[in-house]
Design a protein around this ligand. Structure first.
Ligand code: ADP
Ligand code: MG
Length: 264
């Protein structure tokens, strides 16, 4: 059974999409079967995977609103070696259309019942707001990965996000866990970033990934070539950082399996 991880932060521009695309590619490079679901109507994760969002035969809209079967909606050839559920501006309409639907929060969760059997990891790139699409992602996920920049007020924003996640999910998904907190666009020469990073570790302990994503221009350039950074510049610090993150997530998952099997 695959693990479903929502990549979320209500703030825009913190590196959600960059993380979704590059973590999916890094995981796929370790021979895991990976699905990436783009839930942001901007379709940046779709374009960054080398898929033209204007030309796709189906998107998350068909999955959520029309309840088309998963295998009819999935795109199997991407630049990152993973499968994709695409997004484009149609997905904005999905948000509106779902408003009047019964059990509207559970559409994605239901759609993924079949998909979970086929993948080791399913990553969901969330939009930068806490709308019905994000609630669908939270309801469908096992855990949330929160990318964040170490800036002033970051800690406050994070605490607010955690509260909101708890409120949102207490009804639809009481089992949702925090997968981890990822420091993005990190500049070790910046003193404020270092201070905030220390505070993060104090507050959230080992929920903060050891892997840190540096500010790296290659990460910003790769999407315009429609590819994850590891197939654009595999020696870049950005490519290495996302591979390290994938390794860390796999090691954590292994540890948990061992723990449960001992206690069982
Ligand atoms: P979000 O999905 O949270 O809105 P994005 O992943 O789209 O954030 O990132 C916002 C912008 O910052 C994009 O232009 C992206 O290319 C750039 N970016 C993201 N991470 C990095 C990084 N580590 N180094 C340099 N630029 C980055
Ligand atoms: Mg995004």
């Amino acid at each position: 059974m695959g693990k479903v991880i929502a990549i979320a932060n209500q703030k825009g521009g913190v590196g959600k999409t960059t993380t979704a695309v590059n973590l999916a590619a890094s995981m796929a490079a370790t021979k895991r079967k990976v699905l990436l679901i783009d839930l942001d109507p901007q379709g940046n994760a779709t374009m960054g995977s080398g898929i033209d969002k204007y030309a796709v035969h189906a998107s998350a809209y068909e999955l959520l609103v029309d309840e088309k079967p998963f295998h009819e909606v999935v795109v199997k050839e991407t630049a990152g070696g993973y499968h994709l559920i695409a997004a484009n501006s149609d997905v904005t309409a999905a948000e509106v259309r779902l408003m009047n639907v019964f059990a509207r929060e559970l559409r994605l969760r239901n759609a993924l019942k079949e998909a979970r059997l086929h993948y080791d990891f399913i990553f969901i790139d969330c939009p930068p707001s806490l709308n019905m699409l994000t609630v669908n992602a939270m309801a469908a996920a096992d855990s949330v990965l929160v990318p964040m920049q170490c800036e002033y007020y970051a800690l406050e924003g994070l605490t607010a996000l955690m509260d909101t996640i708890n409120q949102l999910t207490s009804v639809v998904n009481a089992d949702l866990k925090i997968e981890g907190i990822l420091r993005t666009m990190y500049d070790p020469r910046n003193r404020l970033a270092n201070d905030v990073s220390e505070q993060l570790k104090q507050h959230f302990g080992d929920k903060v990934y050891r892997a840190v994503i540096p500010r790296n221009v290659r990460l910003a350039e790769a999407p315009s070539f429609g590819t994850p950074v590891m197939y654009y510049d595999k020696g870049s610090t950005g490519a290495k950082a996302y591979l390290a993150l994938a390794g860390e997530i796999l090691r954590r998952a292994d540890k948990k399996t061992v723990k449960t099997s001992i206690s069982a």
